[in-house]
Design a protein around this ligand. Structure first.
Ligand SMILES: [Zn+2]
Ligand SMILES: [Zn+2]
Length: 68
């Protein structure tokens, strides 16, 4: 799979590293942002937050939209 943003710029051959968790489009290391996120996990009725952060991959466009 190739990076969608690179393809839009006319670079068809850039290898994607993964799919954006928001829009689902493939993105490369240059266009992706890896964010740290906590995971909520209920223990009985009490929500527990994970001690170690999980990862979330978003593309540049979705990151910009989330931050603006
Ligand atoms: Zn790219
Ligand atoms: Zn996206």
């Amino acid at each position: 799979m190739h990076c969608y943003d690179c393809a839009q710029d006319g670079r068809q051959e850039t290898a994607g590293i993964g799919a954006c968790t928001r829009c689902g489009l493939f993105t490369c290391a240059d266009h992706a942002q890896i964010l740290r996120t906590t995971v909520q996990r209920p223990i009985g009725v009490i929500p527990m937050t994970s001690v170690r952060p999980a990862r979330r991959l978003v593309c540049g466009a979705c990151r910009t939209a989330e931050a603006s």
